[in-house]
Design a protein around this ligand. Structure first.
Ligand code: ZN
Ligand code: ZN
Ligand code: FE
Length: 762
C-alpha cells in the first residue's frame, strides 16, 4: 500500500480537471481526494502500489481538453486508511500563479444541445459545460469556484445540481453550469436603455433590428460588441460615422466556416484556428468585396485585401447569427480607442448615440477581454493581439521560483501588463491605447485585478524609458507607494527581450527592431534599430540614418511630414519644391521654416516613418487615418508589382554604431517617380531593400541567433522576405508568435529584462 500527494500546476482549473481525476480514481478503486488550491490542483491517492503508479502514469500523460500541465510534483505520505474518493472543498492557499483556464468557445456538444428541440437547454443562450464557456471573464478570486465567480448570483436548480454532482455527466463540477430555470437570461434594451423584451423575445427583437440595418450592442463573453449587417452598406457607413472610425477595418462574424469560405480563401490551418476553442479573429485573404459570392461590403475593410473574421463563440452569437443568416460586423463596443464596455449601465451611457439597441444579460463580466487576433504564417499561427481565450496563460521563465516578483507596465499604445511570480510570467489582456482617461483608469484596474487574483506582493517594477507614457507615470506612482525600485527599459530592448522570453533565449542575439517610435538612450526617437542583447543588457550596433521630423502626433497622421524631413536632411530648403504638392497651400513652406529653426522638431531613426515617407513619395498615402495605415497601404500596393523585383540600394555604412543610409534609396525612388514608374513597383522594390539590409546587418554582426521584432514586422511581405534571406544564409531566425511583435509584447520584454539584469539568471 502507498499514499502519495500530487501537486499539479499549469492550466488545471476550470477545465474539468477534478472530475477527470475523480473518474480515474474511482475506476482504479483508489481512495483519497482531489481539490483546487491557489497554485493548482492537489490530488492525494491511497491504494495498492501498482494501482497508484498506474494513476500517476495517467496524470503524466493524459489531461482533459484545455488543460495544460506544466509541473507535477509528487511526495510520499504516510498511509491514512481512507476509503472512498471525493472532490474536496477548494482551499484558498496563496495563489502564486495563474492556474486558471481562459474563456473558451461553445463546444460541439453544447452547440448540438442548443439547437436540438426538446432538450432542456434548447435555445438557451448560456449553455456551457466542463469543456467550454466563460472562465477568466467571470472569476472574482482563486481558486476558481462558482461561489467566487459572477455565477454566484445564480443558485443551481435541482436539475442542474444533479448534473453538477453526477461524475458521469459532462457538467460534473462545471462551475458555470446553468439552465433556463436557474441561470442568466437575455434582455433587450432600447436606445435609451429601457427594457423592451426578455429571453427569446429579446433575441428576436435584436435580430429584427439587425436585419433592418440597426446597430445593436451585444453583450458577449469579455465585453460588448457593436454589431451591424455586414452586407448593408448604409448600415456600415452609419456605424463608421457614429463610432468616429473613418477607415480602420472592422472584424466580421460569420455563421459558419462554409459562409466564411464564400468571402475569403481559408487554408486548413486557418480553418482550424477559426473553429478552435480560442475562436479568435483570424486575418484572411478576401475575395472581391461586394460581389455576389462575397457579400461583405467593401467599406468594412476599405481597400484591404485582408479581412478579420471570426465564428460565433457564445450561444448568444450562435443564435443571433443563425437567425440573421448573414455576416455581421462585430467590433469592440467603445468610442474611438477607449476601453471595451463591460457592464450594462456603462454600455447604455457610453454608447448613447451609437447603438440603436442593446442585447444584454444579467451575468456580470468581471474584466474586459477583447477578441484575440491571429494570422497564419508559413511558420505557424502568430498572435497579433492577446486577449480573450489567451489570458491568463503564463510562460515559464528561466529563473528560480523565489525570484523577486516583477510588475511590468508595458508601453503606451496596445498596452498590456505583465507579472512575474513563482518563476512564471503572465501577460495581461490587451488594455489598449492609453491616450484616453478611460484607458488609464482601465490600466489601473488591470493592475489591481491581476495583483488581487494572485495575491502577489510586487518587489520590482518595470516600465518604458519614456517618462511621459501613462504606464511610466503609473510605474512611478506605484513605486513610491510600495517603496520598490523601478527598472526603466528601453523600448526596442524590450521588443527584442519579449521574443527572447518566448523562446527562452539568453543571448547574445542580434535583435533587428523595425518599429514606429520609442525613446532612445540618447534622448532621440528610435525605431530602426539593430541591438545585440544578452543578459547584461544591450548594445546598439546599427540604426537607420537619423532625420528630422516636425510635430510629434501630427507627423503620425501625416506621412508626408516624414518625406519632407528626409528630403530636408538631404537638400535643405530645396526640399520644399519636391513635396509642395502633397501639402495644403503654403504649409510645406511653414514646415521647412520650422525645420530650419529646429523648432518643434525631433530627430528620429524610425523605420515606421521611413515607411510613411515612401508611402507619401510614391503617391500611395500622404495622410493616415490610423496608426500604420500608410505602411499597410504600401504593403498592399506592392502586391500588384513585380513578384521578384530588384531592391533599391540601401547601404550599411560601417561605424559604431553602423548606419543604414536611406539616401541612395530615396534618390532612386524619386528618379523612378519622375519616370512614371508604377507605385506598386516602387513599393515592392522598397520592401526588398529592407529585407536585404536586414541580411547585411546580420552578416556584419555575425551572431547566429537573429530576433525580428517591432511593429513593422506585422508587414507580412517584409517579415517573410527578411526571414527567408536570413534562413538561406544559415541564421536562426526568431519571431514572436505567441506574444505580439508590436507594442503588445513590450510588457513581457520589460518583465524579462527586469528579471535578468547582469546575467544573474542566464
Ligand atoms: Zn460545452
Ligand atoms: Zn438549472
Ligand atoms: Fe514599439
Amino acid at each position: 500500500m502507498r499514499r502519495v500527494a500530487c501537486l499539479l500546476e499549469g492550466v488545471v482549473q476550470g477545465v474539468g480537471f477534478r472530475p477527470f481525476v475523480y473518474r480515474m480514481a474511482k475506476e482504479c478503486g483508489l481512495s483519497g481526494f482531489v481539490r483546487n488550491e491557489g497554485r493548482g490542483v492537489r490530488v492525494e491517492i491511497e491504494g495498492e502500489e501498482t494501482v497508484v503508479d498506474t494513476l500517476l502514469g495517467v496524470l503524466r500523460k493524459q489531461a482533459p481538453v484545455g488543460a495544460r500541465i506544466e509541473s507535477l510534483q509528487i511526495c510520499e505520505l504516510p498511509l491514512q486508511g481512507t476509503c472512498g474518493f471525493v472532490i474536496a472543498d477548494s482551499v484558498k492557499t496563496q495563489a502564486t500563479q495563474m492556474s486558471l483556464a481562459a474563456d473558451s468557445a461553445t463546444c460541439a456538444a453544447c452547440r448540438a444541445e442548443l439547437l436540438t428541440p426538446g432538450q432542456r437547454r434548447y435555445r438557451y443562450p448560456f449553455t456551457s459545460c466542463n469543456s467550454c464557456g466563460p472562465r477568466y471573464s467571470i472569476v472574482e478570486a482563486l481558486p476558481y469556484d462558482r461561489g467566487r465567480s459572477a455565477m454566484r448570483a445564480f443558485p443551481l436548480c435541482a436539475a442542474c445540481a444533479d448534473e453538477y454532482e453526477n461524475p458521469r455527466d459532462r457538467r460534473f463540477h462545471a462551475q458555470a453550469n446553468a439552465c433556463p430555470s436557474c441561470g442568466p437570461s437575455l434582455c433587450l434594451l432600447d436606445a435609451c436603455g429601457a427594457p423592451v423584451a426578455v429571453a427569446e423575445q429579446a433575441l428576436q427583437g435584436a435580430v429584427r433590428g439587425l436585419l433592418a440595418g440597426q446597430i445593436v450592442a451585444v453583450k458577449g463573453l469579455g465585453g460588448f460588441h457593436l454589431m451591424v449587417d455586414a452586407t448593408n452598406a448604409a448600415a456600415v457607413a452609419d456605424l463608421r460615422r457614429r463610432k468616429g472610425r473613418a477607415a480602420k477595418p472592422f472584424a466580421v462574424m460569420f455563421q459558419s466556416l462554409a459562409a466564411v469560405r464564400g468571402q475569403c480563401a481559408v487554408a486548413s490551418e486557418e480553418a482550424r484556428e477559426l473553429e478552435s476553442s480560442l475562436a479568435p479573429i483570424v486575418l484572411l485573404r478576401c475575395r472581391d468585396a461586394g460581389s455576389a459570392h462575397a457579400p461583405v461590403v467593401a467599406d468594412v475593410a476599405p481597400g484591404n485585401p485582408w479581412l478579420g473574421v471570426m465564428l460565433p463563440y457564445t450561444p448568444v452569437h450562435h443564435l443571433v447569427l443563425r437567425e440573421v443568416g448573414r455576416p455581421l460586423v462585430c467590433t469592440s463596443a467603445n468610442v474611438s480607442e477607449e476601453p471595451l464596455c463591460i457592464t450594462n449601465e456603462e454600455a447604455v451611457s457610453r454608447l448613447a448615440g451609437i447603438a440603436d439597441g442593446f442585447l444584454v444579460h444579467d451575468r456580470d463580466i468581471r474584466r474586459p477581454l477583447d477578441d484575440s487576433v491571429v494570422r497564419v504564417l508559413p511558420g505557424g499561427v502568430q498572435v497579433l493581439r492577446r486577449a480573450r481565450g489567451l489570458v491568463p496563460f503564463s510562460l515559464r521563465l528561466p529563473v528560480a521560483s523565489d525570484h523577486p516578483n516583477v510588475l511590468a507596465l508595458g508601453g503606451h499604445l496596445k498596452n498590456t501588463i505583465a507579472l512575474v511570480s513563482a518563476g512564471r510570467v503572465a501577460v495581461s489582456q490587451h488594455v489598449g491605447d492609453l491616450s484616453s482617461l478611460a484607458a488609464r483608469a482601465q490600466l489601473r484596474r488591470a493592475v489591481e485585478d491581476v495583483l488581487g487574483l494572485c495575491g502577489t506582493r510586487v518587489q520590482r517594477i518595470a516600465c518604458d524609458l519614456h517618462p511621459d507614457y501613462a504606464s511610466s507615470l503609473l510605474a512611478d506612482e506605484l513605486a513610491l507607494r510600495w517603496q520598490v525600485p523601478v527598472a526603466r527599459i528601453q523600448h526596442h530592448h524590450a521588443h527584442v527581450a519579449a521574443c527572447m522570453a518566448e523562446y527562452g533565449l539568453c543571448g547574445p542575439v542580434l535583435g533587428v527592431v523595425w518599429d514606429g517610435a520609442g525613446l532612445g538612450t540618447d534622448g532621440s526617437v528610435w525605431g530602426g534599430e539593430a541591438l545585440i542583447v544578452d543578459a547584461g543588457g544591450f548594445r546598439r550596433v546599427a540604426h537607420l540614418r537619423p532625420f528630422p521630423l516636425v510635430g510629434g502626433d501630427k507627423a503620425l497622421a501625416e506621412p508626408r511630414r516624414a518625406a519632407l524631413g528626409m528630403l530636408f536632411e538631404l537638400y535643405g530648403k530645396q526640399a520644399e519644391s519636391q513635396v509642395e504638392a502633397m501639402f495644403p497651400d503654403g504649409e510645406a513652406n511653414v514646415l521647412v521654416q520650422l525645420l530650419e529653426g529646429s523648432v518643434r522638431t525631433v530627430r528620429t531613426t524610425s523605420m515606421g516613418r521611413l515607411f510613411d515617407s515612401v508611402a507619401a513619395l510614391t503617391g500611395v498615402r500622404a495622410e493616415a487615418g490610423f496608426e500604420g495605415q500608410a505602411a499597410m497601404a504600401l504593403e498592399m500596393v506592392a502586391e500588384g508589382g513585380d513578384p521578384s523585383p530588384a531592391g533599391y540600394s540601401l547601404p550599411l555604412r560601417l561605424g559604431s554604431p553602423a548606419q543604414i543610409d536611406w539616401e541612395p534609396l530615396l534618390c532612386a525612388l524619386l528618379e523612378d517617380r519622375r519616370r512614371g514608374v508604377a507605385a506598386g513597383v516602387m513599393a515592392a522594390r522598397f520592401h526588398v531593400s529592407l529585407a536585404e539590409v536586414t541580411l547585411k546587418i546580420a552578416e556584419y554582426v555575425g551572431l547566429e541567433q537573429v530576433v525580428l521584432s517591432g511593429g513593422c514586422f506585422q508587414n507580412r511581405r517584409l517579415l517573410l522576405g527578411a526571414q527567408s534571406l536570413l534562413v538561406a544564409r544559415g541564421f536562426r531566425v526568431y519571431v514572436g508568435m505567441q506574444y505580439p511583435v508590436n507594442d503588445g509584447g513590450l510588457s513581457l520584454g520589460q518583465a524579462f529584462v527586469a528579471t535578468h539584469v547582469h546575467g544573474e539568471n542566464c
